[in-house]
Design a protein around this ligand. Structure first.
Ligand code: NI
Length: 396
């Protein structure tokens, strides 16, 4: 019988290897949709374990199927593999060797953890009833994302449940963050142009002042959040760019705005662009200006299945201990793990990777971002113990 103790001992034995993989990947980051060398490294490493069907569902993604000796359930485990266009400011020996590109979100760690789990489980093929499917996903950081492409390529066929994790620096090492239901939001994007009439700043009555009107648009968009939305629903509208003007004495003819909308509820999500356009149209018309409005839907929200989330909480308790469970709040970030959750019930969870005592305090996407490498072992334990509960004989 395979026990948590046996598996955790196996994790101890691959721990150094997992750290070495993470450092190698950290040194060789690649941008979304361009993860050629990363995917090849993952592919070769998986093949070296034996016992697995390894394939490339898309150009830069990798899938490995560990099919057990008997039929049973299929559990998919996902790691994202891409890096970001950031110049690394860390000075440790394994800092990025690829100028302007950096693993600043921890995906190097995600990849290394899932490789560690694959290595351990590949040696236990005869004990597996069903299948463990390892999904190494490209392009999480850029919409339309790699997850949807992998789903289109059929990687979720026959999958009964799917799990994935994010190393999470805001959560201290020593905790695994879990929440059932809505966990991360749907991130949508909008573009607004207010078209007025430019002219001399000393003669505003001869112009249609796009800045003054644009400022009212920004203010009134918040009215949608505070007055048109059920206070118990979650909505963020953020104007993140406002471009206008060239100098102090010219009123510019137009203003361009760019920003993001975050929601969980599909009905509210469908409603928001209509409410936004109503505000933009009303404000611009009231002041004699015109407008352009464009809205693009992004990833779906990450909604955790209640049963799978309960299962993962049991994994934390059994593999690590009850004190490791952190019942976290949802947040309005976005994640294309949600694409996999369209095909099977799933759970996305956070692995605490911050550590104030070690100075590991920088946020994700920061040039000095890093993780507490002790957290890698935690991720491997979570994955192999989830496999034990779902596909190992004697445990269902
Ligand atoms: Ni990330």
């Amino acid at each position: 019988m395979t026990t948590t103790a046996t598996l955790n001992e196996a994790v101890e034995q691959v721990k150094e290897q997992v750290i070495a993989w993470r450092r190698y990947l950290h040194q060789h980051p690649e941008l979304s949709f361009h993860e050629e060398k990363t995917a090849q490294f993952i592919y070769d490493t998986l093949l070296s374990f034996g016992n697995m069907e390894v394939s490339r569902p898309t150009k830069t993604s990798v899938m490995a199927r560990l099919i057990g000796s008997r039929a049973g359930r299929v559990i998919a485990m996902r790691a994202d593999i891409d890096a970001l266009p950031i110049t690394e400011e860390n000075t440790f020996p394994f800092a990025s060797q690829n100028p302007g590109v950096m693993h600043a979100c921890g995906h190097d760690g995600h990849t290394a953890m899932l490789l560690g789990a694959a290595k351990i489980l590949s040696g236990m093929k005869e004990r597996i009833k069903g299948e463990v499917r390892f999904l190494f996903q490209h392009a999480e950081e850029i919409y339309p994302g790699g997850a949807e492409e992998m789903v289109q390529a059929g990687v979720m066929e026959g999958v009964d449940l799917v799990i994935g994790s994010h190393l999470w620096a805001p959560l201290e090492y020593g905790k695994v963050g879990i929440v059932p239901g809505p966990m991360m939001a749907a991130p949508d994007t909008f573009w607004i142009t207010v078209i007025g009439k430019g002219g001399h700043a000393a003669l505003p009555h001869q112009t249609v002042d796009s800045i003054a009107i644009g400022a009212q648009v920004v203010t009134n968009l918040q009215h949608i959040v505070s007055r048109n939305t059920d206070p118990l629903d979650n909505l963020v509208i953020s104007v993140t760019q406002f471009i206008a003007g060239t100098t102090h004495n010219v009123i510019p003819g137009s203003v361009k705005m760019w920003g993001t909308v975050r929601t969980f509820d599909p009905k509210l999500r469908a409603e928001v662009p209509k409410l936004m356009e109503r505000v933009v149209k009303g404000i611009t018309e009231a002041h004699g200006a015109s407008y352009e409005f464009k809205y693009e839907y992004g990833y779906r929200p990450v909604i955790n299945d209640a049963d799978v989330t309960r299962l993962m909480e049991e994994v934390v308790v059994e593999a690590l201990g009850p004190e490791w469970v952190a019942h976290i709040r949802p947040n309005m970030g976005g994640e294309d793990f949600s694409a996999f959750q369209q095909k099977a019930p799933g759970c996305f969870f956070y692995i605490g990777a911050g550590n104030k005592d070690k100075g590991i305090v920088h946020p994700h996407h920061h040039p000095r971002f890093t993780i507490d490498e002790e957290a890698l072992e935690v991720g491997v334990k979570m994955f192999v113990n989830a496999a034990r509960k779902v596909v190992m004989a004697g445990h269902s």
